[in-house]
Structures are given as structure tokens and as C-alpha cells.
Design a binder for this molecule. Structure first.
Ligand code: CUA
Length: 330
């Protein structure tokens, strides 16, 4: 038992402190949703500890006091002890009530109904990236969810293919994204910052690479982001490498899957209107740098197993020009 406890302590300590800059921990709740879950967990865990201590103590006492000794008489069996029987029926029933009531309360509190005036965000799961649409703001973006602090967020989730699960441990989830139906969560956070999440339902080869980021911003910063996202994609300067890249993009296979308003209207992959302004690419897997974008376009499946974007027949100056174009789309 001490060994098991020690192992548990080691595992728990590995979850907090040190580690990556954006730990995905449910023990550091940053929204009303995740605080509800954390409180429920802490409450039930406390009950479990009390039960554990009582049961293990009784067990140890029984082992010590009633173990077989040479020459000792057989212990007297207890049978039909009314007081004991009522006791060990009532106590677990009461504990179950203490667990069930807050559990039900939390289930209803996290059922997904946002208050009036909440910001609606549609999350669409794809193998293996996240599409975000803001229906009231007319924005479509990918993998990086920007939300304002202090505003209730209504997340409406569905899938374009298999079942995924939206999970940002510090903020909310996990809830399944299922094709043909809409699941909801609602949450509100006052903590400006960046929170990482992860698909939490096995969805194929790159399930583990289906990451997401939530960027919680003060109102004014969020408004600026919204304005930027709603603006038409940048027009490259005449004669610039980016303009050359735009011409190549127009003739490439890229247009079959990606939208750049005014240039292409593909709907299979992420909208690229402002791809240059994102911090990461490929399901928040790689930093959005020239080098990782180059590797990604040349051979996406080599960078991310199973990636549905086929290797592109682009290289040399053509690829450089396309990179310049995509990076100009801030
Ligand atoms: Cu999407 Cu796992």
C-alpha cells in the first residue's frame, strides 16, 4: 500500500509544476465550467479518502487483532446484529446521496445552455484539425480559438467526419463532436491567457496530433482580432514575391480544398484568409514558421501521420513564392 501511495503521489506531482508552458490540467480551472468540475472532483475525492481511511483502518485492526494464533479459540461470528446491519446499509446510502446531489447539480450546470447574449462559436471537428465559425461575426478560422474574457461563450459542436471530442482542460469539455448532431457546452472565463486543448476521442492516425489553442483576450484586443478576421485577405504588392505566389496558388491544387476569399472556395481544409496571422499550423502541431510551413506543403503526411493534404508538387522558387504569399495573409 505505501508503494502504491508513493506511486500515486509521484504521478500527481508530475501533473503540476514544471512541465510544458501550457499544461493541460483539470486541477487549474480557469472558467466557471472547469471550476464546477474541479469542485465536484475535490468533493468526491474527499469522500473517497474518508471511506478509504475508515475501511483500511478496520481492515488493519481486524488483521492485527483477529489473526490466527496457536491455541487461540475460533472467533465468534457476528450474525443478525441489527444495529450493525442498519449502520452499514445507511452509511453507504448517505455517502451516495452526498455524491449524487452535487453530481446532478454539476451535470445540469454544465449542460451547455449559455445565458442570453453569449458569443456563439461553432466548432467543427475534422481529421485532424478544428474549424471555428463565429456565425454572428461571419468569421471562419482554424485551430486557434479566440474568445473575449468575461463573456459567456456558447460552443456548438459537430463533426465533418468521425467522432472527435473537444477538450480544453482549463476551460471546459470534454464533449463529443458527432456528425449530424450538435452538442453544446457553455463557459465563461475571466482569465486572459492561452490555454491548450486536445481531441479526446480516438479519431484515427493523427488523433494525438489534433491539438487546439484557446486564446482568451481582453475585449478591446478581441475586437481588433475580429476586425482583422473580417477584413478581406491582404492583396500582395505588385511585382512582389507574394504576388507571384498568389498566381501560383491560383493554379495549384490548393484551391480545391482551401478558401482564400476572391481566390478560391475549397471547403475541405482550413480557411486561409488570415493564415499568416496564426501562431501554429496543422492542428496547432507546428509553429507557423517558414520552415514548418515549407515542410507541411511539400509533404504533410510525412510531418503529421495520416494528414489528408497530399504532398504538393511545388519546390524551389515556386514554393518560396507561395510561402511568401501565405505569410502575407495576416
Ligand atoms: Cu479528433 Cu481524436
Amino acid at each position: 500500500m505505501p508503494l502504491v501511495l508513493a506511486a500515486v503521489l509521484v504521478l500527481l506531482s508530475a501533473c503540476s509544476g514544471g512541465g510544458p508552458p501550457h499544461p493541460q490540467s483539470i486541477f487549474a480551472p480557469k472558467s466557471d465550467f472547469s471550476t464546477d468540475l474541479n469542485d465536484l472532483f475535490t468533493n468526491i475525492f474527499a469522500w473517497a479518502v474518508v471511506v478509504f481511511i475508515i475501511v483500511e483502518s478496520l481492515l488493519l485492526i481486524a488483521i492485527a487483532r483477529y489473526r490466527a494464533r496457536a491455541g487461540a479459540p475460533a472467533p465468534k461470528p457476528v450474525h443478525g446484529h441489527t444495529f450493525l446491519e442498519i449502520g452499514w446499509t445507511l452509511a453507504p446510502a448517505l455517502i451516495l446521496v452526498f455524491i449524487a446531489v452535487p453530481t446532478m447539480r454539476t451535470i445540469f450546470a454544465t449542460a451547455g445552455h449559455a445565458p442570453e447574449g453569449a458569443l456563439r462559436v461553432q466548432v467543427i471537428g475534422h481529421q485532424w484539425w478544428w474549424e471555428y465559425r463565429y456565425p454572428t461575426l461571419n468569421i471562419s478560422t482554424a485551430n486557434e480559438l479566440h474568445i473575449p474574457a468575461g463573456t459567456a461563450i456558447q460552443v456548438e459542436m459537430t463533426s465533418a467526419d468521425v467522432i472527435h471530442s473537444f477538450w480544453v482542460p482549463a476551460l471546459g469539455g470534454k464533449r463529443d463532436l458527432i456528425q449530424g448532431r450538435t452538442n453544446r457546452i457553455a463557459f465563461r472565463t475571466d482569465s486572459v491567457g492561452e490555454y491548450w486543448g486536445q481531441c479526446a476521442e480516438f479519431c484515427g492516425t493523427s488523433h494525438a496530433n489534433m491539438r487546439l489553442r484557446v486564446i482568451v483576450q481582453p475585449d478591446s484586443v478581441f475586437e481588433r482580432w475580429v476586425d482583422l478576421q473580417r477584413a478581406a485577405p491582404a492583396t500582395p504588392a505588385k511585382g512582389s514575391p507574394a504576388e507571384q505566389g498568389q498566381q501560383i496558388f491560383r493554379r495549384s491544387a490548393c484551391i480545391g480544398c482551401h478558401t482564400i476569399t476572391g481566390i478560391s472556395a475549397g471547403a475541405v481544409g482550413p480557411n486561409l484568409n488570415h493564415v499568416g496571422g496564426r501562431g501554429t499550423i496543422a492542428g496547432a502541431l507546428f509553429p507557423n514558421t517558414t520552415e514548418s510551413l515549407r515542410r507541411w506543403i511539400q509533404n504533410a503526411p510525412a510531418a503529421k501521420p495520416g494528414a489528408l493534404m497530399p504532398p504538393q508538387n511545388l519546390s524551389g522558387p515556386d514554393l518560396d513564392a507561395v510561402l511568401a504569399y501565405l505569410q502575407s495573409l495576416k
